[in-house]
Design a protein around this ligand. Structure first.
Ligand SMILES: *[C@@H]1O[C@H](CO)[C@@H](O)[C@H](O)[C@H]1NC(C)=O
Ligand SMILES: *[C@@H]1O[C@H](CO)[C@@H](O)[C@H](O)[C@H]1NC(C)=O
Length: 342
């Protein structure tokens, strides 16, 4: 099969699949890795009840409705876990949506230096195996990759689901970094504009491999990573047409999971702005276009929303450079056009 025919076939299958992706991925991995200690424990960082959250599909499953997709599996237990969100208004919503006591609900700022303590306080009373959850989800629209790195230093989830900033093309590495000295002027993710979270390439090539994880699936702006040995076992027993797990390049995952999907112009029409299209135009310099648009847009980000923050930015797998915002919101290589201190 030519690669474009393969892509069309996969796209058709992907259109047919809707919802429940995370559950099917966990089921596939569990069937291929039965001797692993699975525990039905999930951690949801950025768990506010706003839109479709892949972990909600798991928390909503009661044992009665959870018919495993693999008939060889034993009937499942209900899922339990921890939900954390930074917005205090979300607490009542989380409690209303998931009243079960073994689903802990917490409101806390999710930052690299506090996240593990927040999780321990919420999760340790529920299980002594909270450091090895079956699923960890991260979607905080801010310093997602910096927080993920802090979490993976202490925890070993079997499946990591993470939001991608899909505005960035697959050849650009980008990650927003937090700054503890910026606590006076905290970053408001509701006013985040274009530079938030991290790009697929940064996640899949920089962040996750040192912890042993491989990119296994992209569904719109969500990526799934699993430990490479668990993925390898699943790829050996899978029937490719029925599987949601793939070992494809960042470029192919981006096209199949996001960019080439026909519904993208409807679901992600807000990414079709001319300035953002230039980030993916094959004839432009993508790094220069990112810097140009972030600067052109700075007044819309609001007063000082990014001031004192920085980001890592780089082409492909080449060197990453630190970019800074100054107090006026101007974005450029740190130390070049910028005062590095106030
Ligand atoms: C995925 O493919 C790459 C080569 O493209 C290979 O090095 C790697 O071992 C594969 N990973 C798994 C889990 O099969
Ligand atoms: C954090 O902000 C301070 C200024 O308050 C600056 O000197 C420092 O370089 C920044 N650190 C990072 C990691 O951006």
């Amino acid at each position: 099969m030519t690669s474009s025919r393969l892509l069309s076939a996969v796209l058709a299958l992907r259109l047919a699949a809707h919802g429940q992706q995370l559950r099917r991925i966990v089921d596939e991995l569990r069937a291929a890795n039965p001797s692993e200690a699975w525990n039905y424990f999930a951690i949801d960082l950025g768990a506010g009840v706003r839109d479709a959250d892949p972990v909600f599909d798991l928390f909503r499953l009661s044992p009665a409705v959870y018919a495993p997709t693999n008939p060889r599996q034993p009937p499942s237990q209900p899922w339990f876990g921890v939900m954390v969100d930074g917005d205090p208004r979300q607490l009542a919503k989380m409690e209303a949506a998931f009243p079960a006591e073994d689903i802990a609900k917490r409101v806390a700022w999710i930052e690299p230096h506090t996240v593990v303590a927040t999780l321990e306080a919420a999760a340790a009373p529920l299980t002594d195996r909270w450091r090895t959850p079956d699923v960890l989800k991260m979607d905080i629209d801010s310093f997602d990759c910096a927080v993920m790195r802090a979490v993976l230093r202490e925890l070993a989830p079997k499946v990591v689901a993470m939001e991608i900033n899909v505005k960035f093309p697959p050849d650009v590495s980008f990650a927003l970094l937090n700054n503890r000295s910026a606590d006076r002027a905290p970053f408001d993710s509701e006013r985040r504009r274009f530079a938030y979270g991290c790009s697929l390439r940064f996640q899949a090539r920089r962040l996750m491999p040192p912890f042993g994880y491989a990119l296994a699936h992209v569904d719109w702006n969500n990526a799934v990573y699993v430990p490479a040995h668990l993925l390898g076992n699943a790829l050996r027993v899978q029937r490719p047409r029925e599987s949601l797990l793939q070992n494809w390049s960042v470029e192919v995952q981006d096209r199949v999971g996001y960019y080439d999907r026909p519904a993208r112009s409807i679901k992600f029409g807000f990414n079709d702005k001319p300035g953002l299209k230039r980030w993916r135009d094959p004839t432009t310099d993508h790094i220069a276009e990112v810097v140009r648009l972030v600067n052109a847009d700075r007044r819309r980000a609001g007063p000082c929303n990014y001031c004192l923050l920085s980001a890592l930015l780089g082409r492909g797998d080449g060197p990453l450079r630190r970019y800074c915002w100054d107090a006026d919101g101007a974005f450029g290589e740190c130390g070049r056009h910028h005062r590095s201190t106030e």
